[in-house]
Design a protein around this ligand. Sequence first.
Ligand SMILES: *[C@@H]1O[C@H](CO)[C@@H](O)[C@H](O)[C@H]1NC(C)=O
Ligand SMILES: *[C@@H]1O[C@H](CO)[C@@H](O)[C@H](O)[C@H]1NC(C)=O
Ligand SMILES: *[C@@H]1O[C@H](CO)[C@@H](O)[C@H](O)[C@H]1NC(C)=O
Length: 274
Amino acid sequence: MTISYLRNIFLLFDLFVVLVHCSGSVVSGEAVTTRFWDCCKPSCAWKAKARFSHPVQACGKDEKPLTDITIGTGCNGGSAYACSDQQPWAINDTLSYGFAGLFIQGHVEDFWCCACYRLDFTSPLLRGKTLIVQASNTAYDIASANRFSLAIPGGNTTSHDACASQFGVDQTVFGESNSGVQSKDDCANLPESLRSGCEWRFDWFRDELYPTTKFTRIVCPKELTQKTGCIRDDDTSHAANSTIILQGSARSALPPATVGVAVAAMVITSLLSV
Ligand SMILES: *[C@@H]1O[C@H](CO)[C@@H](O)[C@H](O)[C@H]1NC(C)=O
Ligand SMILES: *[C@@H]1O[C@H](CO)[C@@H](O)[C@H](O)[C@H]1NC(C)=O
Ligand SMILES: *[C@@H]1O[C@H](CO)[C@@H](O)[C@H](O)[C@H]1NC(C)=O
């Protein structure tokens, strides 16, 4: 066994450590946000969109949770819609919970469906505020940046008229296509179950348009998973520890053992290289 043979083995080992590091590391980055509330069955409400306990809960016209996950979306002739309780709410002036449709560059749905993210807004009006979301939907339509499309009732009907069929109201109640309702007063026209999330946009969210944010994957809080019924198989392993992060003291997202192995591999490889 020659030195160079050993060195090759350790180089491969280094590569392995790097790969483990990457796959197990916390997902974070920068993103833009948009708004939507199209009333469609959320994309993560379909079977096998990711490895999870159960797809995101969808609801019928009567807002009752559906048990049949194969029912088609109300945006395409079916009778499954978004559940009204998957709307945002504020805990206090700096912390809110909600749901979002995601696009993370270089990935597809199985990467984010039902994962939870901590959004720390970076644009001036919302700086210092944190929104914790579970990915219940997918936002493939604009792929030029990482994007969280926040589920806000009356926030943006996009091009669908599913809200009209879900609630038996005129589609204009949900506002204009691409922008939603124009004022907090307009929220009063929405079905009662959706008004608080609509008003949240004008209160906590300050009606900010396209705010930018930092995002970090966290362990899903039960406040969110008890509404969607969806927990990913990798919920804890790919997330930063949300308890620590909420206290604002997270530094390294890597477990100490991984760091130790990586350092050892580096030292041995460099010794063999001299
Ligand atoms: C509404 O949704 C469309 C389609 O995703 C998007 O282009 C638009 O920017 C959204 N509007 C807002 C205010 O987020
Ligand atoms: C908001 O609530 C969170 C969670 O309970 C808490 O950690 C934080 O200190 C609160 N912030 C304010 C400004 O009250
Ligand atoms: C997160 O950290 C807290 C405090 O150290 C600990 O009690 C909790 O079990 C951790 N959770 C996970 C999922 O690692």
